[in-house]
Design a protein around this ligand. Structure first.
Ligand code: FAD
Ligand code: NAI
Length: 475
């Protein structure tokens, strides 16, 4: 016997579990199917984000930052910390406990919101009676039917041709989050978000880290001035980043990994390392979804084709998150999940793609929203820029972390904020003020006239807004 639902969500990552909760809140009888298993084979909803992405990476970034502070920064506060040691196994166990708290939290939320959870792989079987039959195989073996289906099956790490992940020597994000001891030499291919975050974790713990990047520019999607400032800080920390390389053969043996590559000048090089993290982007995941059984359209990258409203080519089938176009970010997936549930309910769910913030959780952190200066130039938009360095911010001085700046870009005529870019302490939190401002179409003068608490890092945001009009007060 099949079980009938109003809405079935396939995938329980941030796109899927949030869509399921919102659909249930709107009164739909909702099922969510997710196949992720914990080490005991039990359910571990939350997807990449919770299990091998956002949450565990931030846990390790926190632990490694404490270690670096104890070793390098306590002394300037008059604190003597001798014999500081890192127990990697304990750090990893703490990270696993944080992950489990989040898995359990999602299971609790499903119960609270009366979402029926099925642990297993969900696949389209056929179209039936204006809806779809979905088979669940795994811990749960069921046949479910619904008129509305939301696909949120996420993404997987992209492998480098000729160097498949073994999670021993050649690591994806999964293996990079559970290295058992600090490698002496760590190589990373790809200086994107994962490369920088995971490279930072292991560098702080004492690894000699070299990051090999194919493109000649560092963080090409980031505002150039901000990327330059960040690169300076990473260089100073000893994170070695080689740009413009061409990777050749990658050999893995019991001893470690050997990477042959050509440097930016075209000279042949060899890098020996104990471990190699490959972080060269992610690919949309539709493995085992049975897309072909119902004719669900995929593009050449394997992403599910959707329109601006996340509608697929099939009536009643929607797709959200990493498995569709757009940035692969948890909060983007969540916003799409909420919007789709609301659209199913006949409401006007909305996602503003122009105000999705990005954060890279290195130290200094990098955060931005809206257009970069190079994008505005390319689009021929007349703009004004204002910057303010953390060096001139009292709170940053008191914290002992004055790296970086806040930068505002505003329309030359209307003063509307077009982009805000930050590198520095805690900018992952500061960026939300800029997101709110842009969402409400604020001008830089609006921010400049708002009272910000003193002493706070947010005063750098106000001062950067003042700088657009060349009237900073503290610089
Ligand atoms: P996923 O989270 O990938 O979830 C998909 C789920 O669907 C998985 O549980 C999968 O098992 C399940 N599934 C797939 N197919 C089926 C099927 N047929 N049946 C049943 N279940 C299925 N983003 C941020 O915004 N901030 C960060 O700090 C951040 N850090 C990251 C760090 C790392 C190391 C990585 C790898 C990613 C990070 N991301 C971050 C990206 C973020 O994790 C993703 O954008 C987000 O998880 C996408 O959510 P999703 O719901 O689309 O897919
Ligand atoms: P990425 O797209 O951020 O970076 C990949 C990098 O690898 C790029 O700089 C690219 O030029 C380079 N590259 C690609 N092929 C290469 C090759 N053959 N040789 C050398 N360099 C090569 O991808 P990454 O770091 O794998 O992360 C995937 C996604 O996960 C991110 O784009 C982001 O959407 C998400 N993520 C988000 C985080 C956050 O929000 N803080 C943290 C981690 C991941």
């Amino acid at each position: 016997m099949s079980k009938q639902f109003d809405v079935i969500v396939i995938g329980g990552g941030p796109g899927g579990y949030i869509a399921a909760i919102r659909a249930a809140q709107l009164g739909f009888n909702t099922a969510c199917i997710d196949e992720w298993k914990n080490e005991k084979g039990g359910p571990a909803p939350g997807g990449t984000c919770t299990n091998v992405g956002c949450i565990p990476s931030k846990a390790l970034l926190q632990s490694s930052e404490h270690f670096e502070h104890a070793n390098k920064h306590f002394a300037e506060h008059g604190i003597t910390a001798t014999g500081v040691k890192m127990d990697v196994a304990k750090m990893i166990a703490r990270k696993d406990a944080v992950v489990k708290q989040n898995n359990d939290g999602i299971l609790f939320l499903f119960k609270k919101n009366k979402v029926s959870f099925f642990h297993g792989r969900g696949s389209f079987v056929k179209a039936v009676d204006g809806g779809y039959e979905i088979a669940v195989k795994g811990a749960a073996n069921e046949t479910l039917v619904a008129k509305q289906v939301i696909v949120a099956t996420g993404s997987n790490a992209r492998a480098l041709p000729g160097a498949p992940f073994d999670e021993e020597n050649i690591l994806s994000n999964d293996g990079a989050l559970r290295i058992g001891g600090v490698p002496k030499k760590l190589a990373v291919i790809g200086s994107g978000v994962i490369g920088l975050e995971m490279g930072s974790v292991w560098r702080r713990l004492g690894a000699d880290v070299t990051v090999l990047e194919g493109l000649p520019t560092f963080l090409g999607a980031v505002d150039e001035q901000i990327a330059k400032e960040a690169k300076k800080a990473f260089d100073k920390q000893g994170l070695k980043i080689e740009l413009g390389v061409k990777i050749g053969e990658v050999k893995s043996s019991k001893k470690g990994v050997t990477i042959a590559y050509a440097n930016a000048k075209g000279e042949a090089q060899t890098l020996e390392a104990d471990k190699l993290i490959i972080s060269i982007g992610r690919v949309p995941n539709t493995i085992g979804l049975g897309a072909e059984a119902v004719g669900l359209k995929l593009d050449e990258r394997g992403a599910i084709v959707v329109d601006d409203l996340c509608k697929t080519n099939l009536p009643g089938v929607w797709a959200v998150g990493d498995v569709v176009r757009g940035p692969m970010l948890a909060h983007k997936a969540e916003e799409e999940g909420v919007a789709v549930a609301e659209r199913i309910a006949g409401q006007h769910g909305h996602v503003n793609f122009n105000t999705i913030p990005w954060v890279i959780y290195t130290s200094p952190e990098i955060a931005w929203v809206g257009k970069t200066e190079q994008q505005l130039k390319a689009e021929g938009v007349a703009y004004k820029a204002g910057t303010f360095p953390f060096l001139a911010n009292g709170r940053a001085r008191a914290l002992g972390d004055t790296t970086g700046m806040v930068k505002f870009l505003a329309d030359a005529k209307t003063d509307e904020i077009l982009g805000v870019h930050m590198v520095g302490p805690q900018v992952s939190e500061l960026i939300s003020e800029a997101v709110v401002a842009m969402e409400f179409k604020a001008s830089s003068e609006d921010i400049a006239r708002i009272c910000h608490a003193h002493p706070s890092l947010s005063e750098a945001t106000k001062e950067a807004a003042l700088a657009v009009d060349k009237r900073t007060l503290n610089f």
